[in-house]
Design a protein around this ligand. Structure first.
Ligand SMILES: Nc1ncnc2c1ncn2[C@@H]1O[C@H](COP(=O)(O)OP(=O)(O)O)[C@@H](O)[C@H]1O
Ligand SMILES: [Mg+2]
Length: 370
């Protein structure tokens, strides 16, 4: 059983610089959990506390049912993979992978079996005699993974393991890591600043900011139901548009008013929350780029949701075009099918899909309706 529980975890560096105030998190056995957030938000610190590489200043850390605050890293049944690979340059791939097992005085035939099994899964069999310098970045990263795998830990901890790879390789490794997790049936805790990595691989994602967990949820729920403006802006690319709007009420119906527009809120939003407190106030309307629709058919259906975007820039992406412009003074990006004939200089008529839109409290950033 390798669940991981963080209870009221606190971390202070140098007895004064508090990075994490009070962190609570449960990672399930066999889960692929990804911690994501901007640089400096405390992801590595959290991972290193789980690994035992960083002292815990307060609270309790459990692996399975065992409190491990004072257990040495080597006795935690974990293996860590770093961004820098940290391979021994003078040792062959085989020796790099066998190193930890040798140190534990395992039998040579046992070591041999484990190294070959890992090399097979990672497609490294033909490189076992090479030195790390004779390998590509992706192969080196796989050796680093192999070194962790041979130890058969019940938890893998990975800190930005793909950050040193180029974009194409990173995309390939995402698929391989996901498959590796499925094959190994082991708990993975993975740290990255890259939301795409988090979205594509994780069972669940922890979004962090300034040492504080913002939301823990499945990729799909984070995308569709962000609990605040930070999560909404961090997950998804191009980023969600945020438009300041006044909330108006008239005979039981609600509207968001911005620039020259007055767009009715769908029943879904009105039912989800008593909006009376916000009437007459400025709220933040959140619309993902793909929730602007340029198709004539859609526009005709939803004429009350129509806006006109003067297009400053149109970026051809293949299947889609990104349209950049401003509504009032607010920069906006819309993503529409590239079959639509729109170019820079045009004014695009776009209908907002209000069923997929979000409202946030202007002051706190919290979601008013999901
Ligand atoms: N050894 C250390 N001593 C003092 N401060 C540190 C140390 N390691 C990290 N920090 C600080 O803790 C904060 C979180 O760092 P880190 O966990 O590495 O963030 P992330 O991995 O999310 O980029 C940062 O402000 C960083 O400067
Ligand atoms: Mg880090």
């Amino acid at each position: 059983m390798a669940s991981i529980t963080l209870k009221n975890i606190k971390k202070t560096y140098d007895a004064k610089h508090t990075v994490i105030e009070n962190l609570n998190l449960e990672i399930k056995d066999k889960e692929f959990m990804i911690l994501v957030g901007p640089s400096g938000c405390g992801k590595s610190t959290t991972l290193r506390m789980i690994a035992g590489l960083e002292e815990i200043s307060g609270g309790e850390l459990l692996i399975g049912d065992r409190v491990v605050n004072d257990v040495a890293p080597k006795d935690r049944d974990i293996a860590m993979v770093f961004q820098s690979y940290a391979l021994y340059p003078h040792m062959s791939v085989y020796k790099n992978m066998a190193f930890a097992l040798k140190r534990k005085h395992e039998k040579q035939e046992e070591i041999d079996r484990k190294v070959h099994a890992a090399a097979k899964v990672l497609e490294l069999e033909e490189y076992l005699n090479r030195k790390p310098r004779a390998l590509s970045g992706g192969q080196r990263q796989r050796v680093a993974l192999g070194r962790a795998m041979v130890r058969q830990p019940s938890v893998f901890l990975l800190d930005e393991p793909l950050s040193n790879l180029d974009a194409k390789l990173r995309a390939e490794m995402r698929t391989q890591l996901k498959k590796l997790h499925q094959d190994l049936q082991t708990t993975f805790v993975y740290v990255t600043h890259d939301q795409t990595e988090a979205m594509t691989m994780a069972d669940r994602i922890v979004v962090m900011k300034d040492g504080v967990i913002q939301q823990v949820d499945t990729p799909q729920n984070l995308y569709n139901h962000p609990s605040n403006q930070f999560v909404a802006g961090f997950i998804g690319t191009p980023q969600m548009n945020f438009i300041d709007a006044k909330l108006a009420a008239e005979s039981g119906r609600y509207f968001v008013c911005f620039d020259a527009y007055r767009i009715p809120l769908p029943d879904r939003m009105v039912k989800a929350r008593d909006l009376a407190d916000y009437t007459g106030q400025t709220v933040v309307l959140g619309v993902r780029p793909e929730d602007f629709h340029g198709e004539a058919e859609y526009r005709l259906k939803t004429q009350r949701n129509l806006i006109h975007l003067p297009v400053d820039q149109a970026e051809m992406m293949g299947a889609e075009i990104y349209l950049y412009g401003e509504i009032g003074k607010t920069p906006v990006v819309a993503k529409i099918p590239s079959a639509e004939p729109v170019a820079a200089g045009d004014t695009a008529a776009l209908a907002l899909d209000m069923q997929a839109a979000h409202l946030f409290d202007k002051r706190t950033g919290d979601a008013i309706t999901d």
